[in-house]
Design a protein around this ligand. Structure first.
Ligand code: ADP
Length: 768
C-alpha cells in the first residue's frame, strides 16, 4: 500500500495504520482529501475500477468517470453535501467502471479531519436478483390470471387466500365471496362423479391433507338450476398440490386448479352413448353385419350373421368370406372390389350363395362399402347380409301357385274374369265361349257393354256393398248379349280382391251359363200358369155347371113327384118301379151336384185367413155332427189345440168331414174318435184317429180323389167327395193330408188321418 505523501502527525500515522488494515478488506475503500483528491485506495478498489493506485492517487472523481461525467458529478455533489454537514452519509447509485461494466452500489462515506473515507458495497447481484424476482412474480401473476384453469390458493387451514380470474369464471362466484371461506363446494350444491352429494370429507383439498397426496382429475359436479330447470350439471376436474417453501418440508398451504370439463364430459357421454348405440345396433340388427379386414378376414361379426352363415362367432372370425362361399359364387364380390376401392361405385350390391357349416345353401342379399381414413386409404369393409332364402322360396312357390292358378283359370268350365273399373282385364276361355267373343275383343270392353240392356245395373247395389265390406261376395242372375246377338243367362258370383292394406285391386267374377235352365224354368212357369188358368176355368165351369144343373134337376124331381102323386093308381107295377128309379137317380144326381158345388166352392168361395182357434172350428164341426155322434154312441175326445192361421169355415168343414167319416166307417165296436195336434218345425200336425174299419194301403191315394170311394152306397152312403174337399182345403192352406192305417196287420185299430197347417201365415194367400 502506498504511503500518503502528507506529513505525519498522529492522525496521519493513524491513517496509515488504517490503510494497512483496509488493504486486506474485500470491500473497495477510498480516502479523499478535503479538496476532493484521492489520498489512497485499497486493493479491492483497484480491482473494481481496474486502476492502479499509484497512477490514480492525487486525481479527482471526474478522472474516474471520464465517459460518465454525470456519475462523477453525483459523487461530487454528495461530497459537497457531506462537507456541509460533516459526519457520515450513504447513498445508492449505479456506476459504470472504466471498462464499461455497470454496477449497482451503495456508498458509505464518513469525514475525518482533513478528508473523508468511502466504502463501496457492490449490490449489483442483489438488485438484479430482486428485479428478476419481481419480473418473475409479475409474469407468474399474469400467467395465473390469463390461465384458463381456475386456481385457488388455500392456507394450512384450507381457507381460500387467493384465486385467479378463471376460478371466478368457472365457479361463478366473485373472488371476494371465495376468499376467507373454505372453498366453493361449501357454497354450491355439489355432487360426486357417482351422482351422490359431495360431503366435506370428499373435498379434494381435504383428501389431499388426509392422504398427504396431491390429487389430480377429481371430478366434481355443480348442480345448476337454470331457468328453474334442474338437472343441468357443470362438471369440474380438480387437481391439488401442496405449497412449500424451498427450504421447508412442511407445507404452508394448498393450491387447487379447476377445469370445466362439462363439454368434454358431455362429448364423452355422447360418444359412449353413440358407441353403445352402435354396438347395440350392430348386435341386434335384423341383418347380418360384418367388418372385414383388408386381408378379407372377418374382424367383427354380429349374432345375426352367425345365424345366417351357421357358424359360431369364434369360427367365423378365423374365416374369409370366400372360404364359405358357394362354389358357383366364389368371385362375385371380388369382381366388383376394384371398382369399389377405386371409388367408381359406392357399394357392392349383389345376391349370392354361401355354404353354411352344415353344408346347406343360404341365399344372401349382400351389400358392402369400404371405410376409409381421412386420407382416403381403405381401412376396412362394412358388409350387410340379408337371408333371402325364404323370400326366394316364397317367390318360387308363388310362381308355382300362379302357374297352377293360371291353369285352373284357363281350364275352368265356368267363365272367369278380373274386372277393374268395370272393364274386363283378364278373361278365360270359358268366358269367351259363353259370351261368344275372342279374348282380344273382350279385354278392354266394359261389362255393361255386353250386358242385356234391362240387366245392366242389377249388380250395382251388391257390388257397392262388397266394396264397403258389408258382403264378401254376391250372386246374381243376369242376361248378357252374345257377340252374335243372342241372349245368354248367367249365374254370376262376384268377389273383390284387395291388397294387404285392404285397398280394392280388382273384382273377380265367375259366370255359369244358365240359359238352358232359365229356358226350362220359363217353360215350366208358362206350363204352371197355363195349368192354373185351366184349373180355374175348370173350377169355374164345375161351379157354373153344378149350379145351373140344379135347376133342371129340381124340375125333373118335382115333376116326377107330381107324376107319382097324380097318376100312381094308373101305373102298373113296372111303371111304379121305373118311377122309383127316376126319383132315386134324381136325388143321387142332386147329391152329386151339391157335392160338386161344395167342392168347387172351396177354391172359388173361400174366406180370408185369420187366426183361428182350432178347437172352436172342431167344436163347430162336432155340433153339425151331434145327431150322428149320438146315434152311434161315439166317444169323441180331443187334446188342447193350437190357434192357426186359417179360413175358419173351411177348417170346421175339414174336421166335420174327417170326424164324419170316422163315424160312418166304424167297426162293430163303439166308435172312439180322438183329435190332437203336435208342433213341428214349421207346421202344426193334426191327427184324427178312429177305431173304425181301416183302409188298405193301396187305397191311400185314391180316397182323396173326387168321387172315389171303396164301398158301394148300399154299404156306406156317400158320394166320395168328402176327402177330396178335405185335400183341397188343406192344400189351399199350404198343408198336406194323408192317411195311415194297417187293418190287415192290426185289426180294429182303425185309421189316422193327418193334415198339416203352416205355423206362419202361409198357404194360398189372403184371397184363397
Ligand atoms: P164317402 O165318405 O162319401 O165315401 P169320402 O171321400 O169321404 O167319400 O171317402 C172316400 C172313401 O174313403 C170312403 O168311401 C171310404 O171307403 C174311405 N174312408 C174314408 N174315411 C174312412 C175312415 N175313417 N175309415 C175307413 N175308410 C174311410
Amino acid at each position: 500500500m502506498a504511503r500518503p505523501t502528507v506529513k505525519k502527525p498522529v492522525e496521519t500515522l493513524a491513517l496509515e495504520e488504517a490503510f494497512e488494515l483496509l488493504e486486506g478488506l474485500p470491500v473497495p475503500v477510498f480516502f479523499k482529501s478535503r479538496d476532493g483528491r484521492y489520498l489512497g485506495v485499497n486493493k479491492a478498489w483497484e480491482e473494481m475500477f481496474g486502476l492502479a493506485r499509484a497512477a490514480f492517487v492525487g486525481k479527482q472523481v471526474r478522472d474516474l468517470y471520464p465517459q460518465n461525467p454525470e456519475i462523477a458529478e453525483l459523487h461530487a455533489l454528495k461530497d459537497r453535501e457531506l462537507w456541509q454537514r460533516p459526519g457520515s452519509q450513504s447513498y445508492e447509485t449505479p456506476i459504470v467502471t472504466p471498462d464499461g461494466r455497470r454496477r449497482d452500489t451503495i456508498y458509505y462515506k464518513a469525514t475525518f479531519p482533513g478528508g473523508l473515507v468511502g466504502v463501496i458495497v457492490d449490490v449489483t447481484a442483489r438488485t438484479r436478483a430482486q428485479a428478476a424476482l419481481r419480473e418473475s412474480e409479475e409474469r407468474f401473476r399474469s400467467v395465473v390470471d390469463s390461465a384458463n384453469e381456475g386456481m385457488l390458493v388455500y392456507d394450512r387451514n384450507l381457507t381460500v387466500i387467493a384465486g385467479n380470474r378463471a376460478a371466478e369464471r368457472i365457479i361463478g362466484l366473485p373472488l371476494a365471496a371465495l376468499i376467507g371461506r373454505p372453498g366453493f363446494t361449501s357454497q354450491l350444491p355439489c355432487i360426486r362423479e357417482d351422482g351422490q352429494p359431495l360431503t366435506p370429507a370428499d373435498r379434494p383439498t381435504r383428501i389431499t391433507l388426509r392422504t398427504s397426496r396431491p390429487q389430480s382429475g377429481v371430478r366434481i359436479g355443480i348442480l345448476r338450476k337454470e331457468g328453474g330447470a334442474s338437472g343441468a350439471v357443470q362438471w369440474l376436474s380438480v387437481n391439488t398440490a401442496f405449497l412449500r417453501r424451498l427450504d421447508e418440508t412442511e407445507h404452508y398451504g394448498l393450491v387447487s386448479t379447476i377445469t370445466d370439463v362439462t363439454a368434454q364430459r358431455d362429448a364423452e357421454e355422447r360418444l359412449r352413448e353413440s358407441e353403445a348405440r352402435f354396438r347395440r345396433t350392430f348386435e341386434l340388427a335384423g341383418s347380418g353385419m360384418a367388418h372385414i379386414g383388408l386381408d378379407r378376414r372377418f374382424i367383427r361379426v354380429n349374432r345375426r350373421l352367425c345365424e345366417i352363415l351357421g357358424y359360431p362367432e369364434d369360427e367365423l372370425l378365423r374365416l374369409t368370406g370366400r372360404q364359405i362361399s358357394h362354389p358357383d359364387d366364389l368371385d362375385v364380390i371380388n369382381d366388383q372390389r376394384p371398382a369399389l376401392y377405386a371409388g367408381k361405385i359406392d357399394a357392392v350390391r349383389l345376391e349370392k350363395r354361401y355354404l353354411r357349416k352344415d353344408r346347406s345353401t343360404v341365399w344372401v342379399k349382400f351389400t358392402m362399402t369400404v371405410e376409409r381414413d381421412a386420407a382416403g386409404a381403405p381401412l376396412y369393409e362394412i358388409a350387410v347380409y340379408d337371408d333371402i332364402t325364404a323370400q326366394l322360396d316364397a317367390q318360387q312357390r308363388l310362381r308355382e301357385s300362379e302357374a297352377r292358378f293360371r291353369q285352373t283359370f284357363e281350364l275352368a268350365a265356368s267363365g272367369i274374369c278380373h274386372v277393374v273399373d268395370g272393364r274386363f282385364v283378364k278373361v278365360n276361355k270359358a268366358l269367351c265361349e259363353i259370351l261368344g267373343y275372342s279374348e282380344e275383343q273382350l279385354l278392354g270392353k266394359t261389362v255393361k257393354e255386353v250386358s242385356h240392356p234391362e240387366d245392366r245395373d242389377v249388380t250395382d247395389a251388391g257390388r257397392m256393398r262388397i266394396r264397403k265390406g258389408e258382403l264378401d261376395s254376391a250372386r246374381f242372375e243376369k242376361r248378357y248379349i252374345r257377340a252374335d246377338g243372342a241372349v245368354v243367362w248367367a249365374d254370376l258370383a262376384i268377389a273383390l280382391v284387395r291388397d294387404p292394406a285392404g285397398a280394392p285391386l280388382y273384382e273377380v267374377a265367375i259366370f255359369d251359363d244358365i240359359t238352358e235352365r232359365k229356358q226350362q224354368e220359363a217353360a215350366l212357369r208358362a206350363a204352371h200358369e197355363e195349368l192354373k188358368r185351366s184349373n180355374a176355368e175348370l173350377e169355374q165351369f164345375a161351379y157354373v155347371a153344378s149350379h145351373d144343373l140344379q135347376e133342371p134337376l129340381r124340375m125333373v124331381a118335382s115333376y116326377t113327384q107330381l107324376l107319382g102323386r097324380r097318376y100312381e093308381e094308373k101305373f102298373d107295377k113296372d111303371a111304379r118301379e121305373f118311377m122309383s128309379y127316376i126319383v132315386d137317380g134324381a136325388s143321387r144326381m142332386k147329391q152329386l151336384i151339391e157335392d160338386l158345388l161344395a167342392y168347387s166352392r172351396v177354391g172359388t168361395k173361400g174366406h180370408d185367413f185369420q187366426p183361428v182357434a182350432a178347437e172352436g172350428a172342431l167344436r163347430r164341426g162336432l155340433f153339425n155332427l151331434r145327431a150322428a155322434i149320438e146315434e152311434a154312441g161315439a166317444a169323441v175326445t180331443f187334446d188342447s189345440l193350437p190357434t192357426v192361421h186359417a179360413d175358419e169355415a173351411q177348417l170346421a168343414q175339414l174336421f166335420q168331414n174327417l170326424v164324419g167319416n170316422a163315424l160312418k166307417f166304424r167297426s162293430a165296436s163303439v166308435p172312439r174318435i180322438h183329435v190332437q195336434a203336435s208342433e213341428r218345425e214349421h207346421e202344426w200336425q193334426f191327427e184324427v184317429r178312429d177305431n173304425g174299419i181301416g183302409i188298405e194301403p193301396q187305397y191311400f191315394e185314391r180316397i182323396f180323389m173326387v168321387f172315389q170311394r171303396l164301398h158301394n152306397k148300399g154299404e156306406y152312403p156317400g158320394t166320395g167327395i168328402g176327402l177330396a174337399i178335405c185335400k183341397k182345403v188343406v192344400e189351399r192352406h199350404g198343408g198336406r193330408i194323408w192317411v195311415e192305417s194297417r187293418p190287415a196287420q192290426v185289426p180294429n185299430q182303425g185309421s189316422s188321418f193327418y193334415f198339416t197347417l203352416p205355423r206362419h201365415k202361409g198357404g194360398e194367400g189372403a184371397n184363397g
